[in-house]
Design a protein around this ligand. Sequence first.
Ligand code: GRG
Length: 304
Amino acid sequence: MNNSSAFLAQAQIRVNNALARLLASQDSPYATANNQHLQRLKAACAYSVSNGGKRLRPALVYATAQTLNADITDTDLDRIAAAIECIHSYSLVHDDLPAMDDDDLRRGQPTCHIAYDEATAILVGDGLQALAFELLAQTHSLPAATQIQLVRLLAQAAGSMGMVGGQMIDLESENRSIDAAVLEQMHSLKTGALIRASVGLGAIAANADATTINALDDFARAIGLAFQVQDDILDIESDTATLGKAQGADLKLNKPTYPALLGMPAAKAKAKALVASAHAALDSINTDCSLLHELADFIVTRRH
Ligand code: GRG
């Protein structure tokens, strides 16, 4: 096992434990005889969050905080890592809905609306999104001003001018031809924004200076886009069992992708160039960035 696999494996265990604990401890101040409905929603949230996943975004939060030697309790860092995973999991639940990509399989299991029902899946996404911000507001070992910065960064990344905006461009682009600039904008928003925010949250938690934040942001933008280019490549080159989601889904929906627009060799060259620029962006940081370098390499060598 190389270092990035070992780090990812540890991050997975750590955030999985945190998510299980945090979701289980959610309680309603209005518990009544109708508690069974709340329990069903709680179970659907747990199903959607705890069904595997690489936990790359939490790993980036942990890796950035560790790289910068952040002064934060483990519990609060877990809350930040869990928050970004809640947003990511909500986006997958909503993306799989019939009104969006209409997928039956996610992380190797029936999607939330198949295992439960469509209305529940919508509510799961809504609930997970709200939980993410509740968790950030509970990072008690950080100054209140830092908590607000965390909330603001995640809200911008997840919102209409971030991930949700990217999804809008994605939906509007089905069966249409778009140019490379729009493709890059779509991918940078839809997928890149949360990956970028993962690094940003770790940097804010560590109270990093502006120069470090800017360097990390260049790094994070590059790996965020590289992640999606690799996703486009895997949609063609991998298989459903390995991916845990339907292989060829982009082709089926006639979605614009890097291999479709540039051809496979140029798409692979693009992923490689983005990761090279991510590595270069870390040059100006004076601490040991080996974990971030390794996670960047993982992004373009992953097979699912
Ligand atoms: C519905 C608001 C809304 C947004 C959806 C992120 C997204 C926008 C849609 C997901 C669709 C998709 C498959 C995008 C490709 C890139 C991506 C985010 C893949 C899934 O991320 P991984 O590989 O998933 O990190 P795991 O399962 O490992 O967590």
